[in-house]
Design a protein around this ligand. Structure first.
Ligand SMILES: Cc1cc2nc3c(=O)[nH]c(=O)nc-3n(C[C@H](O)[C@H](O)[C@H](O)COP(=O)(O)O)c2cc1C
Length: 200
């Protein structure tokens, strides 16, 4: 059996070869991203995920920040070239979404619900996963590819300064997106017997 959702889920992939040949407007992209984040579930509906959408120069700026923050730590000509070409590919994308967790909401729920206090951090990460995946799928459905990157926490301070990010927002992921210039390679899956138990 297949469904339109499962077709979409199997078609969504990590796309590294991203370009600027995007067919929908920034306004449409913004709506897709905002709705996907808005409708994604979170524990207690506490809505801890925050997102910053970067287009044009603000998108370029992010990948320049990554080079500035990490470039100096990479030694060796070959490794440096590899790093620069990897970051260059992200910069060649159309835009980037920065995902944050509002840590003040996490703290507030920890204080408000002591029996669950130890769960709220994990749950905020799960809410991140839900939002990241929902956006990834929704963009793919509109013909836009994406990947999920994690240059935090190395870039946190520079990002906070460059984009005037509130103190209580903690950077969790970066998602470059754009036209799909080359498809992803094959993907392997572990055996169902390792992954599932079906009991009746
Ligand atoms: C929580 C999480 C963290 C990830 N972090 C990175 C990352 O930092 N850099 C990267 O290139 N891909 C990252 N990925 C992408 C995975 O490597 C990728 O989803 C996985 O290999 C499966 O491939 P697919 O996305 O094409 O299905 C991450 C994915 C998840 C779900």
């Amino acid at each position: 059996m297949t469904t339109s959702f499962l077709n979409l889920a199997s078609a969504r992939r990590t796309i590294y070869a991203l370009g600027k040949n995007v067919k929908i407007s920034n306004q449409e992209i913004e709506t897709i991203i905002k709705d996907a984040v808005r409708f994604a579930p979170s524990a207690f509906n506490n809505q801890t995920v925050r997102a910053v959408l970067l287009f044009n120069k603000r998108h370029d700026e992010l990948w320049d920040i990554v080079v500035d923050c990490l470039g100096a730590t990479i030694t060796g000509v070959e490794a440096k070239q590899k790093f620069l070409s990897k970051i260059g590919a992200f910069k060649a994308a159309y835009g980037t979404i920065l995902y944050f967790t509002d840590s003040s909401i996490v703290k507030q729920y920890e204080q408000q619900y002591p029996p669950y206090a130890s769960n709220f951090r994990d749950w905020s990460e799960q809410a991140q996963g839900n939002a990241n995946y929902a956006v990834w799928l929704a963009l793919h459905e509109s013909g836009i590819g994406a990947s999920l990157q994690h240059y935090n926490p190395v870039i946190d301070d520079a990002v906070r300064k460059a984009y005037n990010i509130p103190e209580n927002w903690t950077l969790r992921a970066q998602m470059p997106f754009g036209s799909i210039e080359a498809s992803a390679g094959d993907k392997t899956f572990i055996a169902d017997s390792e992954r599932f138990m079906v009991l009746s």
